[in-house]
Design a protein around this ligand. Structure first.
Ligand code: NAD
Length: 261
């Protein structure tokens, strides 16, 4: 893993940050980079408490906590956000990173499997993120504002032939972020989105280590996929002081593998 360095332009000292899905992958690295730059982090996880503890132990500084919830469960989300605010004394930044990708190619999928994939994916990636934003924004508004960064995907633009629910969930996330950027700006809550292409994580490992790995890497003229640090860096930039006017933006982090107009 590349070394995470302190960046004075991205000083999050005193900021309280909730990162969903931070027990591993991109979320873990986002949590580390915020902590490295002064933030106090609530490390959200679903089931793997041991991995979340590992993330927690790896964070620089003090005052970080764990926060458990099934993001697909609206009641659990409300309890989790309220607990973070109570334990940490507020909430300044939320990163909606938790997400799932279920393969469900139409030609090889039963109708039951098809419905299950759509329901789980939309409930987790889109409705879950919407509920986190609702609960967080209700806390941020009386406190004077905040920042929300959603982790979307290149698939929203390029298409996801074998996982159409995933592509749709991320396109929905993009549209939700744009709508809420407009709705919440008067409350000084700024909403941005990062759209990575392939990233070296466990979610992508099977494809990257399989027969299609080289073809995936060659989609970028850099001949590789992103490192989680590169996505994390963009998330911190969007959450940093001075980036307010990027509200509503969707920033591609895909190594020029897909250039949308
Ligand atoms: P990952 O599978 O390593 O991490 C996803 C995290 O989300 C895990 O910690 C998991 O526990 C959590 N999560 C999933 N369902 C949950 C639920 N119901 N409740 C609570 N937490 C839940 O994947 P990653 O690659 O680190 O992905 C992070 C984000 O980046 C995802 O939103 C993903 O869609 C997006 N993304 C990843 C890639 C890639 O190639 N890896 C590309 C584009 C976008």
């Amino acid at each position: 893993m590349a070394e995470l360095r302190r960046n004075e332009l991205m000083d999050f000292t005193g900021k309280i940050v909730l990162v969903t899905g931070a027990s591993r992958g991109i979320g873990r690295v986002i949590a580390r980079l915020f902590a490295e730059n002064g933030g106090r982090v609530a490390v959200h996880y679903h089931q793997n408490e041991a991995a979340a503890q590992e993330t927690l132990r790896s964070l620089r500084g003090k005052g970080h906590i764990l926060a458990q919830a099934d993001i697909a469960d609206p009641v659990a989300v409300q309890k989790m956000v309220d607990a973070v605010v109570e334990k940490m004394g507020g909430l300044d930044i939320v990163v909606n990173n938790a997400g799932i990708h279920i393969e469900h190619p139409l030609t090889e999928t039963s109708y039951e499997e098809w419905q299950s994939a759509w329901q789980h994916t939309i409930q987790t990636n889109l409705i879950g993120a919407a509920n986190v934003i609702f609960c967080a924004a209700k806390q941020m508004i009386p406190r004077g504002g905040g920042r929300i960064v959603n982790v979307s995907s290149r698939g929203a633009f390029r298409g996801e032939p074998t996982g159409p629910a995933y592509g749709a969930s991320k396109a929905g996330m993009n549209a939700m972020g744009q709508s809420l950027a407009k709705a919440l700006a008067p409350h000084h809550i700024f909403v941005m989105t990062v759209a990575p292409g392939w990233v070296e994580t466990e979610m992508a490992a099977k494809t990257l280590n399989g027969p299609d790995g080289d073809a995936v890497r060659s989609q970028s003229p850099l001949g590789r996929v992103a490192k989680p640090e590169e996505v994390a860096y963009t998330v911190l930039f969007l959450a940093s002081a001075g980036a307010e006017f990027l509200t509503g933006a969707i920033v591609d982090v895909n190594g020029a593998s897909y250039l949308r107009t």
